[in-house]
Write a protein that binds this ligand. Structure first.
Ligand SMILES: Nc1nc2c(ncn2[C@@H]2O[C@H](COP(=O)(O)OP(=O)(O)OP(=O)(O)O)[C@@H](O)[C@H]2O)c(=O)[nH]1
Length: 407
């Protein structure tokens, strides 16, 4: 993670890139086909693996080059050439030379089984891309009919939902309504901040999928409150308190200077779930539609924790970097998503951090605080890594409190 000097300029006019992910057969192609027809997708470049997969023939207007075609909606569609960096660079050069329409956003489809993290990492950290493109957000399709059993069995599908900024619930036309409701609750527990949008056969307003990033194109400035949605984590934790009779409690606690330091005005507040181990009896099927929380070792989402930390004291940036680096060393793969708004000791302006697993976007210093609330807020979506590990590590490396937990 970078030291604070290398922030990305807030105002650089870079093209937003959205990543479309989702489990095999979850409806990515169907969604893309519907999107490609949509007039609102004009000025969008869509990157796919193969034209054949999307069945473009009836939408096709002109072939711009061997791997690029123009749709009658005005949308540009191209296949991956080399890797994503080469493809995006090529696309950008063609746009500059006027060889393709002047697209203003990009959508990249990942293959079904693919872990979306490497693509997100490339978009977050590749220096050549960073000058021209920015990650807008991750869109994940989840099959309303089979999503629940996929979440049970496939860790990749949990990861796709966990890293998403928008979750599109497909096949709602064929799924049992009760199962759809149960799946939505489950997805909300995995990823409380991502809106879950039902869309049968790709019927969706493209506008709801985009502009999920830190930058709000309407105000042309960062909108960190909308992006962080820290309150969604609190709401989900509060709901967890009501629903999870089997031992998950969402609550807020306030630690006071337990170590003999005078921290009475500087408490750090942590909202989190306690982790407990349980014995379990029989459960009904995962798709049963009942509103209860299964705690089955096969349910990959039972390993997922979504929680936030709110910290009153100004945070030393180098201590925070030490903390993040230790956390990455300890469990980077299990750090599915981290977002944060920091009040750092070194600056009166807030700093935004964003990471997926072991890769972090360069920190961004905002030009002003988004609200009166100037506390540091960190949101985490993790796997097998709860607040009971993360908070002591933070306290140790940021405040020098207690024993440094073994990294
Ligand atoms: N009833 C119904 N069927 C759908 C819907 N969305 C997709 N399907 C069907 O589900 C199957 C898989 O959909 P695709 O769009 O190919 O899924 P995909 O995620 O692109 O699949 P891969 O490329 O194999 O990963 C196809 O037979 C679609 O017609 C939907 O909303 N409702």
């Amino acid at each position: 993670m970078q030291r604070l000097s290398g922030e990305t300029p807030v105002t650089s006019p870079r093209l937003p890139v959205s990543v479309l992910t989702g489990f095999l057969g979850s409806g990515k192609t169907t969604l893309l086909q519907a999107l490609l027809r949509h007039p609102a997708m004009a000025r969008t470049a869509v990157i796919i693996n193969e034209f054949g997969e999307v069945g473009l023939d009836h939408l096709l207007v002109a072939k711009a080059s061997e791997n690029m075609v123009l749709m009658d909606s005005g949308c540009l569609c191209c296949t991956i050439r080399g890797d994503l960096v080469d493809t995006l660079r090529d696309l950008f050069l063609k746009r500059v030379r006027g060889e393709v329409p002047d697209f203003e956003r990009v959508v990249v489809e990942t293959t079904g089984l693919a872990d979306p993290a490497p693509i997100i990492h490339t978009l977050m950290t590749d220096p050549l891309l960073a000058a021209r493109f920015r990650l807008d957000g991750v869109i994940a399709t989840v099959d309303a009919a089979h999503g629940s059993s996929q979440l049970d069995r496939q860790p990749e599908s949990v990861k796709q939902a966990a890293v998403a900024d928008r979750i599109v619930l497909t096949k709602t036309d064929v799924a049992a309504p009760a199962a759809t409701v149960a799946l939505m609750k489950r997805l909300n527990a995995i990823n409380p901040a991502a809106p879950i949008i039902p869309a049968a056969h790709g019927a969706i307003d493209p506008a709801v999928l985009f502009d999920a990033g830190l930058y709000n194109p309407e105000t042309k400035s960062p909108d960190v409150v909308r992006w962080l949605r820290e309150e969604a984590y609190r709401d989900e934790q509060a709901r967890g308190h009501d629903h999870h009779e089997d031992g998950h409690h969402g609550h807020e606690h306030h630690e006071h200077g337990e170590h003999g330091h005078d921290h009475t005005h500087d408490d750090h507040h942590h909202d989190h779930e306690h982790e407990h181990e349980h014995e379990h009896g029989d459960h009904c099927a995962a798709d049963c539609g009942h509103d209860h929380h299964h705690h089955d070792a096969n349910r990959h989402d039972d390993h997922i924790r979504a929680f936030c930390m709110v910290i009153d004291r100004r945070v030393p940036w180098n201590g925070f970097v030490d903390f993040m680096e230790a956390l990455i060393a300890q469990g980077g793969d299990n750090l599915l998503r981290v977002k944060g708004l920091l009040n750092v000791q070194e600056s009166d302006l807030p700093v935004v951090v964003h990471g997926v697993q072991h890769m972090f976007h360069p920190p961004v210093r905002l030009e002003e605080w988004p609200s009166e609330d100037q506390r540091t807020k960190l949101v985490f979506i993790t796997r097998d890594l709860g607040p009971t590990v993360i908070e002591p590590l933070f306290n140790s490396l940021v405040w020098g409190e207690g024993e440094a937990p073994a990294a």
